[in-house]
Design a protein around this ligand. Structure first.
Ligand SMILES: [Zn+2]
Ligand SMILES: [Zn+2]
Length: 669
């Protein structure tokens, strides 16, 4: 029979062996220290392999102990590991205390980590809080102490701890919070920084200045206890007013885009990997196009009120990859990315509704009257749509193409009523919009949407009816070139080629004489299709449009929803036109592809019939074969011309002429 103690020690041995086996099979655990992969900042590339600056440059700022203010070294030792120069890497009392706390709360909550342990964790291990990681950390800490001097370990520590705001290492932190070098920190500043690593998000002085200040006082008290400073020095430092400022380290040319990439990477790979993991991120941005966007925004906003904001986002029409993105007027004053902020799109939403009308059999030449009309919806007061501007109604018929060109609201709402708002909303959702409210005012942009969605939605028209969701990261690789992710969303057809082209033809009319964007035609300088948008009380000004290669949405407005008092064509249009012109400089000039089953014909804008040479306002329109009007304009025939002159009896003349039908104007020469 075995005795009790023997069995216990056998169990212990079993547990230890299990732990060793488990530890051995857990990645990254080796008997000697893993080779020290120097922390390397991640790099972001554009579509042509150019480096986009601003992602993690700060993290490459390594300094020697001599380049760090002694105040900081004393402060960090006092608050993080007062026995640093005495212990052998592991603080047994600290571990026991932490273990007791962990057992009491049944999870790993307290650190109890020495500076050496934290360094082992920062340099060799992930951030997860598991028992195995804790064991690895202790083991590596002991190895670190054997291999390196205390000063070398402290130096490693100071260059790898995280202070928040993307600042890894004390030099980056000094630049991020005080706009100075780590060697220049005074006592008050050093004590504040030394307090941050314990809980960077909570003590962030940009977010919680009071808590940061309280934490600084704790650090100063510890420095007194450890006799680095006296009480007078402590009180003077505590009383000092700190001004936080970021160094003028360049934000780069695409700050909103870079911030978006950083947020994504932080969520997926963890903050430390961005700054020290040496990731290579291949993005869809085109720096040349981004520069064109920056310039267009700068010019377009320069004579506008200081707090007027803007957003520009452009995608490649073939795949909806984001090529340029400006999320606001100035990143250093406001980081909100307005390309992703929801606003009412005004009339730029009309094309999605007109697309369904065309699908249902309406043609660009069909007419609807703009007049006073009242809609009764159960549970709401009667709805009476009107046009913007001085006159509420035109009191005349419009072809659908002209109604879009001049942005007639009454026609759009009547059309929506005819095709059914629920159908229209579901149709528009195929272009990437979510949960649209199927209201009569849908074509007037009553549902708030993001500029990005507008650019991507219009891209489907440019791309002959196929829709692709937006992407901005093509591929992420780790330090060794291993692909961590790849993004290539599939395209799918949402409308016919004919439908897409007919809408493109209509939107091309917006830039032609008579259209709301005609003043921009010369400025763009190439074939394009576009739509202006202005919301109620001129709160949002939009311009959305595309060439065969690029689709771009521009929004101008206030963050707080006040009136801009400028129509989309004036406030947003020039930015759009300048961008398209600048960004297209390196692209070949192309016309939109006309599908085989589409015919274009000159149509009389006044009647919707085929235009004759007498029609005063002929306009080329596109039709799916078989849907085009068959008859010549009856109102502007030669007979009618004579009749209008009134010199002889019109009835007789007309009778005579009926034997000789008038020919379309383009056949007369
Ligand atoms: Zn009207
Ligand atoms: Zn006519």
């Amino acid at each position: 029979m075995q005795s009790g103690p023997n069995r216990t020690s056998a169990n212990m041995r079993y547990i230890i062996i299990m732990i060793l086996i488990f530890a051995t099979f857990t990645s990254g655990f080796s008997i000697s220290l893993p080779s020290l992969g120097a922390p390397e900042p991640s790099v972001l590339y554009d579509i042509n392999g150019q480096r986009i600056s601003g992602l993690a440059e700060r993290s490459g700022l390594s300094v020697n102990l001599e380049q760090i203010s002694p105040y900081f070294l004393h402060a960090i030792i006092a608050v993080e590991d007062k026995n640093f120069y005495k212990h052998h890497g592991v603080d047994i009392v600290g571990i026991l205390r932490a273990t007791f706390t962990n057992i009491r709360y049944r999870k790993i909550v307290a650190g109890g980590s020495t500076i050496t342990q934290q360094t082992a964790k920062n340099v060799y291990l992930s951030n997860e809080r598991t028992f195995i990681r804790k064991i690895k950390e202790l083991y590596y800490a002991i190895l670190l102490e054997r291999k390196y001097s205390k000063d070398e370990i402290l130096d490693m520590y100071c260059n790898t701890i995280y202070f928040g705001e993307g600042a890894y290492g004390v030099e980056a932190a000094a630049l991020t919070f005080f706009g100075m070098h780590a060697s220049e920190l005074n006592l008050a500043q050093a004590a504040l920084l030394a307090g941050l690593p314990r809980w960077p998000s909570q003590y962030d002085p940009y977010v919680n200045p009071d808590q940061a200040k309280q934490r600084q006082k704790i650090v100063l008290d510890r420095m007194v206890t450890e006799e680095y400073i006296n009480k007078d020095e402590r009180d003077a430092a505590a009383a000092e007013k700190l001004t936080y400022q970021k160094s003028s380290l360049s934000q780069g040319e695409a700050p909103y885009f870079v911030a978006m990439v950083r947020d994504y990477l932080r969520e997926k790979y963890g903050e430390r990997r961005i700054y020290q993991g040496g990731l290579r991120i291949y993005s869809t941005l085109d720096l040349d196009m981004q520069r064109a966007a920056n310039l267009a925004v700068l010019n377009g906003m320069k004579d506008r009120p200081a707090d007027l904001q803007t957003a520009l986002v452009a995608v490649d029409t073939a795949n909806s990859q984001i090529r340029a993105l400006v999320g606001g007027k100035n990143y250093s004053t406001s980081q909100l990315n307005r390309a992703y902020a929801e606003r009412q799109p005004g009339s730029t939403f009309k094309p999605f509704v007109y697309s369904l009308a065309i699908q249902q059999g309406w043609t660009a030449a069909d007419q609807i009257m703009c007049e006073e009309v009242e809609f009764h919806v159960a549970g709401s007061p009667p709805y009476r749509p009107t046009d913007y501007g001085t006159e509420p109604y035109h009191w005349k018929d419009f072809t659908l193409k002209e109604a879009v060109m001049i942005s007639d609201n009454v026609v759009a709402v009547r059309l929506n009523d005819q095709i059914g708002p629920v159908n229209a909303a579901r149709h528009a959702e195929k272009f990437g919009f979510k949960n649209l409210d199927p209201v009569l005012s849908l074509p007037l942009g009553s549902n708030a949407v993001r500029p990005l969605d507008m650019a991507v939605g219009y891209a489907a028209f440019a791309n002959q009816g196929t829709y692709t969701p937006a992407t901005y990261i093509l591929r992420v690789e780790d330090q060794n070139g291993k692909v961590l992710e790849k993004n290539q969303p599939a395209a799918h057809r949402i409308i016919s080629q004919a439908n897409a082209y007919i809408i493109t033809n209509i939107l091309n009319g917006v830039l032609q004489p008579g259209g709301t964007g005609s003043s921009l035609r010369e400025r763009v300088g190439r074939t394009a299709a576009a739509k202006t948008g202005t919301t109620d009380e001129y709160k949002d000004a939009w311009f959305v449009g595309y060439t065969p290669q690029l689709s771009c949405a521009v929004w101008v407005g206030y963050d707080r929803n006040q009136a801009v008092n400028l129509p989309g064509s004036v406030a947003a249009g020039p930015i759009w036109a300048d961008f398209i012109k600048g960004a297209s400089a390196k692209l070949p000039e192309k016309d939109f592809h006309i599908p085989y089953n589409v015919t274009t014909l000159p149509i009389c804008l006044d009647t919707g019939f085929i235009a004759t040479e007498y029609c005063p306002r002929p306009m080329e329109m596109a039709f799916e074969d078989g849907t085009e009007p068959q008859d010549l304009c009856p109102q502007h025939s030669p007979a009618q011309e004579w009749a209008d002159e009134g010199s002889w009896d019109s009835d007789e003349t007309r009778n005579e002429d009926e034997n000789q039908p008038s020919r379309p104007w383009w056949q007369l020469w």
